[in-house]
Design a protein around this ligand. Structure first.
Ligand SMILES: C[S@@+](CC[C@H](N)C(=O)[O-])C[C@H]1O[C@@H](n2cnc3c(N)ncnc32)[C@H](O)[C@@H]1O
Length: 302
């Protein structure tokens, strides 16, 4: 990949900025700063008197965003942490948020780097960890888990219809030699899903890679509860926007917003907002995006 010049086109920027309605002087929180595309716009809207609190659990992404936003004069605070730490961190800082964005999942720079192991299109080590200094890589997970456990994770995190067949192929293959690369996993999927059963619109390994990634990163674990807790960090009038890219993420966002609606928050939209066809043409990675947002009515909350 372009290691020194990673790229990621921020998704639905106009809609996200409309949902967040940021005013000068605002405290804005980006829980998934990535390469800083959304953060840059949020920081510009908050202006010199504003504060940006930015999180990413991937050190390389955070470092890039820091460089990108260097020129902006507002107060900037950077945290290489899971966004689940937002409530505690804001409490420690004595801050409440006027706008919070969570743009879930991966960014293009991570997907495009074969060394990270997220891409089924390029061969690389089957890793998929966000923080490569911690946790278990995908290869070791798939070489260790029982057949039934692999099947369950493919179904639960990937909605994969061929979960059983793919899990069987993985177990058969690792008896010959352990899985090591992304190609090893792609081959298991291609052997398991008959050509006539494949959806021509997506690569057959899409769901498997998504599911294994979620198992490695733990990104869906407790997500709904985390979103509720994060929503509670808003100032009255403040807004939380969530961009999701697959059903597991969207389910968590939808349920969290329903729960927040019982405590003085109001959904900004009745239905999730989708990208315009023009954006999907320009940036195919935006095609599965869904934007949901909620705001805290003045006089709501505690
Ligand atoms: C879709 S990208 C964000 C792109 C960003 N909005 C931009 O404009 O460049 C998602 C980012 O969130 C990070 N991420 C995902 N889950 C996270 C979590 N639970 N805590 C912290 N960072 C997370 C990923 O490392 C990735 O950089």
């Amino acid at each position: 990949m372009e290691a020194n010049n990673p790229r990621h086109e921020p998704v639905m920027v106009g809609q996200v900025m409309a949902a967040l309605a940021i005013r000068p002087g605002a405290v804005v929180v980006d829980g998934t700063v990535g390469l800083g595309g959304h953060s840059e716009r949020m920081a510009e809207a908050a202006g010199a008197a504003g504060t940006l609190v930015a999180f990413d659990w991937d050190e390389a992404m955070l470092a890039h965003a820091q460089r990108r936003l260097e020129r902006l004069p507002l107060r900037k605070l950077w945290f290489c942490e899971d966004f689940r730490a937002i409530p505690e961190t804001l409490a420690d800082l004595g801050l409440r948020a006027d706008a919070i964005l969570l743009d879930l999942g991966l960014n293009s720079a991570q997907v495009d780097d074969p060394l990270r192991g997220f891409s089924f299109l390029q061969e690389g080590p089957l890793d998929m960890r966000m923080d490569r200094g911690r946790g278990e890589p995908a290869s070791s997970l798939l070489n260790r888990l029982a057949l039934g456990e692999i099947e369950d994770l493919l179904r639960e995190y990937g909605d994969e219809r061929f979960a059983r067949a793919i899990a069987r192929k993985i177990v058969e293959r690792r008896k010959l030699r352990p899985l090591r690369t992304t190609r090893d996993l792609v081959e298991c999927v291609l052997e398991a899903i008959p050509p006539r059963a494949r959806d021509p619109r997506i690569h057959p390994a899409t769901r498997t890679f998504q599911a294994v990634r979620c198992a490695v990163t733990g990104e869906l674990e407790g997500l709904e509860d985390a979103l509720v807790e994060i929503g509670r960090c808003l100032e009255p009038g403040g807004r939380l926007a969530v961009l999701s890219y697959h059903s597991g993420e969207d389910r968590a966002a939808k349920r969290a917003i329903l729960r927040l609606a019982e405590e003085g928050f109001e959904p900004v939209y009745r239905k999730p907002v989708l990208p315009e066809p023009e954006e999907v043409r320009r940036n195919p990675r935006s095609r599965s995006a869904k934007l949901r947002a909620v705001w805290l009515r003045s006089g709501g909350g505690d």
